[in-house]
Design a protein around this ligand. Structure first.
Ligand code: SF4
Ligand code: SF4
Length: 424
């Protein structure tokens, strides 16, 4: 395959043959799952463009930023404060880990019974497949689960790594620990970039990231309409792209998309007929190109109206308070906002149960599909409790455990179809 980006990929030392094969599969997958949809929005052209250039133009932009002296920071979790990264004029990218690539290589580094997400980010690195990973000057991990925590030890021998310690409870001592971690990250990023983070820089960055979250909140609110104005697949893509596109451009494009959605809602139009069962997805994050379950759900007679996930509302629900005037007030506001994240790593974690129920009600969902990655202890544990909490509120739910392989597609489809039938 000849690509205008071949030289760039060579400079990044990607395995060109394996990378070409990955792009071919990704392109085909995207065509089947996305381009085949009916009644898409004009704004979806942006999504298609970004995805078609995911390893091309965006990587070129990142390389250009590096040539101008900007640093690139990769992350795996919504706990890494993007405000601080941006305030140091660095570029933050979420390192997608949503495909089964380099699995055998990854299993030389972590046990087989490790979740697909972890194996995927290690596999992408070991198989030299990800131009984002290869562009990073620093990769930031966090101690949100044992699988990740232990994986970062060998992974840290391959890349320049900084690990943030995320507390597991939400008491005063935990808040103090987290604030100290936020400060330690600030120091690390200042050292990396040579930029001193001032109150002015941080205030701008807080507004930039909040604006992105406000656009995503707008999208979430519009999805309460019936008929559903946007497919769950496109909405998931929006959330996925929010992790690696330029934040200012992304926000502008999302607001345009929401303008179009508002008009569509006002006309009473949607992507699925009124009366189509509406489902909320809840649980583990779904990184690009993990579209298996949304595709199965939306080809089984239902429409997804929300994602209670880090690639979804968990990442956009809370804003950083913008009223801080000093650097320390702003850092406090950042620490407070991130402590509101209801990741399953926390114990107890009743907030998440409440948030899932609130979201299901606000979005007029008829049911919830709990999505758990195999071997993910935190979410598997919570799913048992969440099932009961939802049942007590009369909200049907279906718990699914899967990984990135395609072997269980038929079996999942049978289960989802049976669940959807019960909602009619
Ligand atoms: S589920 Fe928890 S660990 Fe995973 S990205 Fe979200 S906050 Fe981070
Ligand atoms: S999906 Fe679960 S096991 Fe995997 S990294 Fe996230 S929290 Fe850890």
């Amino acid at each position: 395959m000849t690509s205008p980006y071949k030289e760039m990929w060579e400079r990044l030392d990607l395995d060109l043959e394996a990378h070409d094969a990955l792009l071919d599969v990704l392109g085909k997958f995207y065509g089947d799952i996305y381009l085949s949809q009916q009644g898409r929005l004009r704004g979806a052209e942006y999504l298609d463009f970004v995805l078609s250039e995911v390893h091309g133009l965006r990587i070129k932009e990142i390389q250009d930023a590096k040539a101008q002296g900007r640093k690139v920071v990769g992350t795996f979790c919504v706990f890494v404060p993007e405000e601080i990264t941006l305030a140091a004029d660095a570029v933050q990218v979420g390192l997608c880990a949503g495909a089964e690539a380099g699995k055998e290589l990854a299993e030389t580094m972590v046990p087989r019974n490790t979740c697909s997400l972890i194996k995927s980010f290690i596999g992408f690195k070991l198989a030299r497949l990800c131009p984002y990973t290869e562009s990073c000057d620093l990769i930031v991990g966090e101690t949100t689960c044992d699988g990740k925590k232990k994986a970062y030890e060998p992974f840290g021998e391959l890349v320049n790594m900084h690990v943030m310690e995320v507390p597991q409870q939400k008491n005063a001592a935990d808040r103090a620990l987290w604030k100290a971690e936020v400060l330690r990250y600030k120091e690390e990023i200042e050292k990396l970039t040579g930029v001193t983070i001032t109150a002015e820089r941080l205030a701008t960055a807080i507004r930039t990231v909040n604006d992105k979250r406000r656009a995503l909140q707008r999208l979430t609110a519009l999805r309460a309409a019936s008929p559903a104005p946007i497919s769950g697949r496109d909405a998931l893509l929006v959330n996925q792209i929010s992790f690696y596109d330029d934040p200012v451009r992304f926000t502008a494009k999302m607001n345009e998309l929401c303008d179009e959605l508002e008009a569509r809602v006002a006309r009473g139009e949607g992507v699925a007929e009124a009366g189509t069962p509406r489902l909320l997805l809840s649980g583990c994050p779904m990184a690009v190109p993990n579209w298996k379950l949304p595709y199965i759900v939306e080809s089984s007679g239902a429409v997804i109206v929300g994602e209670e996930s880090c690639i979804g509302t968990r990442n956009s629900r809370d804003l950083v308070d913008e009223s801080g005037a000093t650097l320390d007030e702003m850092l406090d506001a950042i620490a407070d906002r991130y402590m509101k994240i209801d990741c399953a790593c926390f114990t107890p974690n009743t907030e998440r149960q409440e948030n899932v129920m609130d979201l299901a009600k606000t979005l007029n969902a008829d049911g919830v599909i709990q999505y758990n990655l195999l071997f993910c202890q935190p979410y598997a544990n919570e799913s048992i409790r969440l099932d009961k909490t939802l049942a007590a509120e009369g909200i049907p739910s279906l718990s699914i455990e899967t990984d990135y392989s395609m072997e269980d597609v038929q079996q999942l489809k049978t289960r989802v179809e049976a669940f959807v039938e019960t909602l009619d």
